[in-house]
Ligand binder design. Structure first.
Ligand code: SAM
Length: 396
């Protein structure tokens, strides 16, 4: 009746009235909720229009992209337990790489949906034959000595409609980290903001970003770990790992500024990236890098520096005015201050567009006025360049 239809807020009311003439109101409400969730679910799932969701289940679900990535470590296992499987965001991907999956959740509605959603994927990918669903508290399970070869656990960050305090989850992270006493091969999906010192020695922490959007931290027990810290970018699956080396020099900004991907920053791999790209730091504590040439790397966004000067708000405002910069994105790292208020106080005027970086250089507040780097041979869009004659020599 509603499959594949887009229902906008404008049409929802009219549609609800039409449907209520033919169906009970409870059924109509459930169908419209499901339709709205499917529409929202398209951002995560290619087959969202055939899946079922709870609101909390969709919000916390792994997407096709992240689930496919995390499932790879279980490749070839005969039985994997997907603990806290929710509506099954990870389930189909696990069932694609492992022969059998045991899906466990305490929420019966979510579990039913997970089974349905796995079957939806099975129709297209030939999986789900080996999915067994169990409604239970995962903390009551005893998997020691069972045929389960690996466990993936994605603890809840919500209790019903209520969001848990940042850092809290159910079951608690401490309990999840104890799972290797039952089964050696454990993967835990955690919030990317988790403190590094919670991770026991021998575990790998993998920070996963989709584009520049940091999505999750995956914690791999020693049996699945291949390094200590890793940053992975999807959809390309480019990965950067911990690799100690010589200290990265700290010098004045160069012609180009590199803004590392948040997965690299969170994984503490800025120095590894600098060594790989031949870049240097502009401050020992700040996660910007500098380079003398335009760098093409999936792990960093490159900006061309057109002005480098100490951060004095009035002087920077004056310089931006001289350069005809009327629109700017402000990026702040290592400096206090409300970006929106700073933006307002700069009173920008002109046709040009720039990225204004507010940061520290050798401990001092510093400003870099930058433009995006465009592929060789292309000119920046007209609005992204300062007016002709107003662009100073690079790196001044
Ligand atoms: C973050 S969601 C899982 C999302 C899932 N991986 C996905 O991609 O769809 C967490 C789930 O944990 C379940 N849960 C929380 N505590 C549990 C427990 N002690 N035993 C079983 N399930 C639990 C919740 O019911 C919820 O469905």
């Amino acid at each position: 009746m509603l499959a594949g239809r887009d229902v906008s807020p404008d049409t929802a009311l009219r549609l609800a009235e039409e449907l209520r003439e033919r169906y009970p109101p409870g059924l109509v409400a459930a169908a419209l909720t499901q339709q709205a969730l499917r529409q929202a679910g398209r951002a995560k799932f290619a087959l969202a229009d055939r899946m079922y969701f709870t609101r909390a289940g969709l919000e916390q679900a792994s997407s096709d992209l992240t689930a496919t990535h995390s499932a790879q470590r279980y490749s070839g296992q005969s039985l994997v337990a997907d603990l806290c499987c929710g509506i099954g965001g990870n389930l189909a991907a696990l069932a694609t790489v492992a022969q059998n999956v045991l899906a466990v959740d305490a929420d019966l509605d979510a579990l039913r949906f997970a089974r349905h959603n796995a079957a939806v994927h099975g129709v297209t990918a030939g999986v789900a034959a080996g999915v067994t669903a169990l409604c239970a508290d995962v903390q009551d399970l005893v998997l020691t000595g069972s045929p389960v070869q690996g466990i993936f656990i994605d603890p809840a960050r919500r209790a019903g409609e209520r969001r848990l305090r940042s850092g809290d989850c159910k079951p608690p992270l401490g309990w999840c980290l104890g799972l290797p006493s039952q089964v050696a091969a454990i993967g835990i999906k955690a919030a990317p903001g988790l403190p590094h010192d919670l991770i026991p020695a021998g575990w790998e922490t993998e920070f996963v970003a989709v584009g520049r959007d940091l999505k999750e931290a995956l914690l791999w027990s020693p049996a699945l770990a291949t390094t200590t810290r890793r940053a992975t970018l999807l959809p390309g699956r480019q990965t950067l790992t911990f690799a100690p080396g010589p200290d990265v020099p700290v010098e004045a900004p160069g012609e180009y500024l590199l803004d590392p991907n948040p997965a690299v920053t969170r994984a503490g791999l800025v120095e590894e990236l600098a060594r790989e790209l031949g870049a240097w730091k502009i401050d020992p504590m700040i996660a910007f890098l500098a380079s003398g040439f335009p760098v093409s790397s999936p792990f960093a966004r490159t900006l061309r520096v057109i002005e480098s000067m100490p951060w004095h708000e009035r002087q920077v405002a004056l310089r931006l005015n001289q350069m005809g910069i009327g629109a700017a994105d402000i990026r702040r790292r290592g400096l206090a201050g409300d970006v929106q208020q700073i933006h307002r106080r700069l009173s920008l005027k002109g046709e040009g567009h720039a990225t204004i970086v507010l940061t520290r250089r050798q401990g001092k507040p510093w400003t870099l006025i930058c433009t995006p780097v465009t592929p060789a041979g292309e000119m920046p869009a007209p609005g992204q360049m300062p007016a002709p004659g107003q662009m100073p020599a690079p790196g001044q």
